[in-house]
Design a binder for this molecule. Structure first.
Ligand SMILES: Cc1cc2nc3c(=O)[nH]c(=O)nc-3n(C[C@H](O)[C@H](O)[C@H](O)COP(=O)(O)O)c2cc1C
Length: 185
């Protein structure tokens, strides 16, 4: 009896030791710093690596000037096929099991540079958790479009951080995103 109990405990111990932590990368695009700061805090909370998605041509304040309908962001929003070039791609993407992709919601969708990022990097087989920051929009519309465009990817809907959050609301977003990381088999 005692012997078999010890055996069971030994097997349980080995199982716990064998479960490895998933390797997590947080990628994000941020034009005015909100998504960047959220991503940095999420990286601190999860111990994940960080990668900033940047345009080969950087986004200036004028590019995202909501008062100027001729601004670059409006041109990109008007043409879903537009693929702004990336400055660079993350190195050693292969090693990651989970990749977060964060962005500001633009016109109720992800900015086009997110499509470039997804198409230029091999995310197949990984858990890809989508999150955003926004004025007031929910993530769902942006997420559903991504799901439709990239049906072969394992995309998971995270959440959005809305403008002027209380510290508690901000923490809730971080906790929710952290909880979306699947336990490694
Ligand atoms: C071009 C543009 C379009 C935007 N469209 C939306 C929108 O559709 N819904 C929304 O809630 N917020 C919208 N916003 C607000 C941003 O999503 C929000 O300010 C975001 O937190 C900015 O993130 P960032 O500082 O990382 O760039 C838009 C902002 C810009 C510049």
């Amino acid at each position: 009896m005692r012997k078999s109990l010890l055996m069971v405990l030994a097997v349980m111990f080995m199982t716990v030791c064998a479960a490895k932590e998933p390797k997590v990368l947080i990628t994000y695009f941020s034009a005015s710093g909100t998504t960047k700061s959220l991503s940095q805090d999420l990286a601190k909370a999860t111990g994940a690596d960080l990668f900033e998605i940047e345009g080969a041509q950087p986004y200036t304040a004028e590019d995202v000037n909501l008062g100027n309908r001729e601004a670059r962001a409006f041109k990109e929003m008007a043409d879903k096929a537009m693929r702004p070039e990336l400055k660079e791609n993350p190195k050693n993407l292969k090693q990651y099991d989970v990749v977060f992709i964060g962005f500001p919601i633009w016109g109720n969708y992800a900015p086009n540079i997110i499509y470039t990022f997804i198409e230029k990097n091999d995310l197949k087989g990984k858990t890809v958790i989508i999150f955003s920051t926004s004025g007031s929009s929910e993530l769902t519309n942006s997420f559903n479009y991504l799901k439709q465009q990239y049906p072969d990817l394992n995309l998971v809907e995270g959440t959005t951080l809305k403008r002027n959050p209380t510290p508690e609301a901000r923490q809730q977003v971080i906790d929710k995103l952290k909880a979306a990381i699947p336990a490694q088999k």
